[in-house]
Design a protein around this ligand. Structure first.
Ligand code: GLC
Length: 520
């Protein structure tokens, strides 16, 4: 029996710019996380994932890393990170950090050297520089689009082109170059030696590109969240698995460390390959994140996610929201539907499933997306798409902590890097902590039960017969979870009520409500 700490853990994603600002500049930072550790302990999560806090010119808010082994001054310094790590560990929280191997920043010293050194130089060989096509090489070397819009190639003054699957300020590294992998291993050791408990690996299905960089099959939707299926040569190339085996060998040199991959590969068997015994311990199951509020869609998402991990050593790993997608409160509020009510039910669904759960900061407060005016938008997707796609800022609004006016205790100043709306007083952690009926109270209770109750133990689920539009399953430990997506009340089955997402007095399970029951 494998009992590693992460197998049933609840991870909390800290989007560092938006979690808590410790120094009053309107941007979240490491000091802010330190100050808010008590919130995370009270919430009852097991581990943190902190998004990139490394030196960066912030063209993709930290996912453009100029030096992977240091701290961006906006976020703090190494001493601050060490203090955060020590305090989190003392509070019983594990800490995992983001690893961004697929690309560096254009401000990384390697890329600056590559630009200076010229075509054919060893400096250029760490990236994917190529000559263009067409008479003067004036056309990009292939037809690949950037996932942020526009071509995946930019031309430099001497006429060569370089590959960037994301923004031009994020040049892709060439993983066939031995120094690239060696440097990644050095970065891993740098943070592991400091004591981090693991990594979230960015674009873990990237890194490897096919020999000769052939044209891809043109696809309608090639964006960040597209299904990078067969014919999309930018992602999920077979040789990526050798990179994962190298990553795993480094991790295995340290006790109890883990890595979770961001793998946007929807085919169950292809995704399962990343979870072989000598590769990643976990891969996000994004199927819950992409499923509508619909019983059949959610059931399919759950079945595929469980089928993916069956036959691998990995548990399932459930995600409802993250910094790249509309938040689920907003996704579920189509028409007149009450997204918050559905989000409460979804929380009980996510936390009843076997395996690992990832919460995104603000999930526990029921934060919705916020429509920002054009001039406030910061995501590179907005400009790269020719201002046709608004990007991901709406789900990255700073977390409201206390008080009744912006910035609600997030910062000592009212104006924040993305503006916070009026009227969020009732959404703050402070207001919700005092209300037993709040989203925060629901999360706290659910997480305490999940940690303490044998009914929530055991791998796998057994689907139970249920009325049309109702999901019902039992965990091996005995917990029964029902979610009513039928749009109308259904009879509440026998059993002892453990927790409900909405009022269930009167013997029925109302629409958009989830319950946890035991045999009683
Ligand atoms: C991942 C991150 C996303 C980032 C991209 C490029 O998808 O989650 O935020 O923009 O990688 O690094």
């Amino acid at each position: 029996m494998n009992s590693s700490w992460w197998r049933e853990a609840v991870f909390y994603q800290v989007y560092i710019r938006s979690f808590a600002d410790g120094n009053g500049d309107g941007v979240g930072d490491l000091a802010g996380i330190r100050a808010r550790l008590p919130h995370l302990v009270d919430l009852g999560v097991d581990a943190l994932w902190i998004t990139p806090f490394y030196p960066s010119p912030m063209h993709d808010h930290g996912y453009d890393v100029a030096d992977p082994r240091d701290v961006e001054p906006v976020f703090g310094d190494l001493a601050e990170f060490d203090a955060l790590l020590a305090e989190a560990h003392a509070a019983g929280l594990r800490v995992t950090v983001d690893l961004v191997p697929n690309h560096s920043s254009h401000a990384h010293e390697w890329f600056e050297a590559a630009l200076a050194a010229g075509p054919g130089s060893p400096e250029r060989a760490r990236y994917l520089f190529r000559d263009g096509r067409g008479p003067d090489g004036a056309e990009p070397p292939n037809n690949w689009p950037s996932v942020f819009g526009g071509p995946a190639w930019s031309r430099v003054p001497d006429g060569q082109w370089y590959l960037h699957l994301f923004a031009p300020e994020q040049p892709d590294l060439d993983f066939t170059h031995p120094e690239v992998l060696a440097d990644l291993e050095e970065t891993m050791r740098f943070w592991l030696d400091r004591g981090v408990d693991g990594f979230r690996i960015d674009v873990a299905h990237g890194m490897a590109k096919p020999e000769g960089l052939p044209d891809m099959v043109p696809m309608e939707d090639t964006g960040l969240l597209a299904d990078h299926g067969p014919g999309d040569h930018r992602f999920d190339h077979d040789s990526v698995h050798e990179v994962h085996r190298r990553i795993r060998r480094v991790l295995d040199g340290y006790p109890d460390r883990m890595a979770v991959g961001e793998v946007w590969v929807s085919d169950d068997d292809r995704l399962a390959q990343y979870l072989r015994p000598d590769e990643l311990q976990l891969a996000f199951n994004f199927k819950l994140l992409t499923a509508d509020w619909d019983a059949a869609a959610l059931r399919t998402a759950i079945e595929h996610s469980l089928a993916t991990v069956e036959g691998t050593p990995a548990p399932a790993c459930w995600v409802l929201s993250n910094h790249d997608r509309p938040r689920h409160v907003t996704r579920y509020s189509d028409g007149n539907a009450d997204g918050t009510r559905r989000a409460r039910a979804a929380a009980l669904l996510q936390l009843a499933l076997p395996g690992v759960a990832y919460l995104y900061n603000g999930d526990e407060l029921g934060m919705p997306d916020v429509d920002l005016p054009d001039e406030a938008l910061q995501d590179p997707i907005w400009e790269r798409s020719g201002r046709t796609e608004r990007g991901r800022d709406a789900c990255r609004i700073p977390v409201p902590w206390s008080g009744t006016e912006p910035s609600y205790g997030f910062s000592s100043r009212p104006d924040t890097w993305l503006p916070m709306p009026e009227g969020w007083g009732p959404l703050t952690a402070e207001a919700q902590a005092a209300d037993p009926g709040s989203m925060l109270s629901l999360y706290r209770t659910a997480l305490a039960l999940r940690a303490g109750s044998p009914a929530l133990r055991g791998e796998g689920i057994e689907w139970l017969p249920a009325p049309e539009g109702v999901l019902a399953f039992r965990r091996p430990g005995g917990l029964v979870c029902l979610v009513n997506l039928s749009g109308a009340p259904v009879p509440l089955p026998e059993g002892e009520l453990v927790l409900a997402s909405s009022d269930v007095t009167g013997g029925s399970l109302p629409a958009d409500t989830a319950v946890w029951l035991t045999a009683g």
